[in-house]
Design a protein around this ligand. Structure first.
Ligand code: HEC
Length: 157
């Protein structure tokens, strides 16, 4: 008799657990609808962002935007350089050694003789070139003001 009672209760418990499992499954499924999630635009966007390539290779023509970026950077560098920096980078090769009779940095007498022409003339000659000296010392990309600052550095020392 006890065996039968046990069996009945055991089956009842099993049935309850089975029903409970089904209910949990139904609730979980309604809370998380995987198909709806994957077709969601924002989810798609997130996935695209995560798997996008780290870099892109441009073959052929550089896009206009990148071109402008490079130009802007070059201008920024040219503008940001001080007279001393321009001198070191561009002018020093000739004006420190005095090669081809370039008036040397620190040669007060040589600069005094040239300053007779006026500072504006020296600026103009440095920008446009004079004798064997190329325009802007060969750095046509530099701003006029950068060259003027370098001239100031040259004649001031
Ligand atoms: C390739 C060599 C060379 C470079 C680089 C060079 N110069 Fe000269 N520079 C000369 C020579 C040579 C002269 C003398 C030219 C003459 O009197 O015929 C000269 C003359 C000058 C003069 C005197 C101009 C005048 O009217 O008397 C100035 C100012 C000057 N350079 C500034 C600069 C500046 C600033 C730079 C750098 C941005 C520079 N130079 C780069 C060779 C150079």
């Amino acid at each position: 008799m006890e065996d039968k009672q046990f069996t009945t209760q055991f089956i009842a418990v099993l049935a309850f657990l089975f029903a409970f499992t089904i209910i949990i499954l139904v609730i979980a499924n309604s809370m998380y609808n995987s198909d709806a999630k994957l077709t969601d635009n924002r989810v798609q966007q997130d996935i695209a962002d995560r798997i996008q390539p780290v870099g892109q290779v441009y073959i052929g023509q550089v896009p206009a935007a990148a071109d402008q970026l490079v130009a802007a950077e070059a201008t920024a560098v040219a503008v940001a350089m001080s007279g001393d920096q321009v001198y070191q980078q561009v002018c020093a090769s000739c004006h420190t050694s005095g090669i081809m009779n370039a008036p040397m940095l620190g040669d007060a007498a040589a600069w005094k003789a040239r300053l007779v022409k006026g500072t504006e003339t020296l600026y103009a000659n440095a920008i446009n070139g004079i004798g064997v000296m190329p325009a802007k010392g060969g750095r046509a990309d530099l701003a006029d003001d950068a060259i003027k600052a370098a001239v100031d550095h040259l004649i001031g020392e």
